[in-house]
Design a protein around this ligand. Structure first.
Ligand SMILES: C[S@@+](CC[C@H](N)C(=O)[O-])C[C@H]1O[C@@H](n2cnc3c(N)ncnc32)[C@H](O)[C@@H]1O
Length: 217
C-alpha cells in the first residue's frame, strides 16, 4: 500500500445478513465488528479482508447453519470461521471449536464470553490429539474451513464423527478435484455419499462449496 492509499474499510452489512441470522443478527453484527476491530492486530485476518468480511467470511460461514444438527465440532476455527458464526446462527446446536493456537483460543473464548454464547465450548487441541473417549466425542457433524486439502483434512475430521455422522467441509472452486485426489483416504475412512453442495445462489450470494460426506454409516 502506498503512503497515501486509503485504509481498507469494513464492508457494509449486506441485506442477506438479516435473513440468514434472523433474530440473532445483533450478535452477528457484534462479532463482525469485533473481528474487524481486532482481527488484524491479533493476526486472525489480513487487512485486505475488511472490504469482504461479511460476504466472504461471515455469510460464507452462515450458509452452512441450516445443515447443522446435534453436537458439532469445528476443526481449526481460527478467527471463529465457521464455528463461532454457526454457534451464533444456531443456538440450538452444541458447538465445540477445536483450535491448537493459544492466541486464537484466547480470542475465541473472549468472544464467546463477551457475546454471551452458552452453546459453545473452546478446546485448545489439534484435531488428531482429541481423546477418542470422553464427553466430547463422538460428534454428529464436523465442520472445517481453510484448514488443509481434503486428503489431509479427512484423516483429521472423520475420526471425530460418530458412525452415521457427517463431515461438512467448506471448500473452494476446486472441490471436485480435491475429492478425486482424496479417493484413497475416502475409502480408508469409509466415507459414503460424498458430494459437493453449492450454497448461496438462492440468497443472491457468491457460491460456497461444501463437501458433505457420511461417516461409516
Ligand atoms: C488458515 S486457518 C483457517 C481458520 C478458519 N477456519 C478460517 O476459515 O478462517 C487454519 C487454522 O487451522 C488450525 N489448524 C491447523 N492444523 C490443525 C489441526 N491439526 N487441528 C486443528 N486445527 C488445526 C490453525 O491453527 C489455524 O487456526
Amino acid at each position: 500500500m502506498t503512503e497515501d492509499a486509503a485504509p481498507p474499510v469494513l464492508e457494509a452489512e449486506p441485506a442477506q445478513a438479516a435473513a440468514l441470522f434472523g433474530d440473532r443478527i445483533d450478535l452477528a453484527r457484534s462479532f463482525t465488528a469485533s473481528l474487524a476491530e481486532h482481527g488484524e492486530t491479533l493476526g486472525l485476518i489480513g487487512p485486505r479482508e475488511l472490504p469482504q468480511l461479511w460476504t466472504r467470511h461471515i455469510l460464507n460461514s452462515a450458509l452452512v447453519a441450516p445443515l447443522l444438527r446435534g453436537r458439532v465440532g469445528d476443526v481449526g476455527s481460527g478467527a471463529g470461521l465457521p464455528g463461532l458464526v454457526l454457534a451464533i446462527a444456531r443456538p440450538d446446536v452444541e458447538l465445540t471449536l477445536i483450535e491448537p493456537m493459544e492466541r486464537r483460543t484466547d480470542w475465541l473464548q473472549s468472544e464467546v464470553d463477551r457475546i454471551g454464547l452458552t452453546n459453545v465450548r473452546v478446546l485448545r487441541a489439534r484435531a488428531e490429539d482429541v481423546p477418542g473417549s470422553g464427553e466430547l466425542l463422538p460428534l454428529d457433524q464436523v465442520t472445517a474451513r481453510a484448514v488443509s486439502a481434503l486428503r489431509s483434512l479427512i484423516p483429521l475430521t472423520a475420526p471425530l464423527a460418530r458412525s452415521g455422522g457427517e463431515l461438512l467441509l467448506l471448500k473452494g472452486a476446486r472441490a471436485d478435484d480435491e475429492i478425486a485426489a482424496a479417493a484413497k483416504v475416502i475409502r480408508k475412512h469409509r466415507l459414503q455419499s460424498v458430494e459437493v453442495l453449492e450454497l448461496g445462489a438462492e440468497h443472491g450470494l457468491e457460491v460456497t462449496r461444501v463437501v458433505r460426506a457420511l461417516v461409516d454409516p
